[in-house]
Design a protein around this ligand. Sequence first.
Ligand code: NI
Length: 137
Amino acid sequence: MSDLVRFGVSLEKELLDKFDLLMKKKSYTNRSEALRDLIRQELIKKEWQEDEEVAGAVILVYDHHKRELLTKVIEIQHDFQKLIISTQHVHLDHHNCLEIIAVKGIARDLQKLADTLRSIKGVKHGTLSMTSTGGKI
Ligand code: NI
């Protein structure tokens, strides 16, 4: 376990009030945990910006009845197979599918995979949730 260091932070009361309000809304019980998460979020942003090895999830919603869409989604996943850890396919209703693709690799490559999948005709929505492999945060 890493050493715990205490430090004092000075900031304007108005800003602290806003922070406390935000913290409450996000269900944090103490400032330290809220601050830790904010710092980690910035570190993760940096990992992605500096093209490091990162992790994430591509989430797609599509109508599987669209011609050739499913074939394309599968083909692209095979092309990027080295980046994909696992895929979960959920049938939302008669038409719509939700696909969650867990990914790990160099940030730029993951972004490219997400963009390629998102741009397939018939994909209604696609997002890339960007996180860290955990080693540097
Ligand atoms: Ni389905």
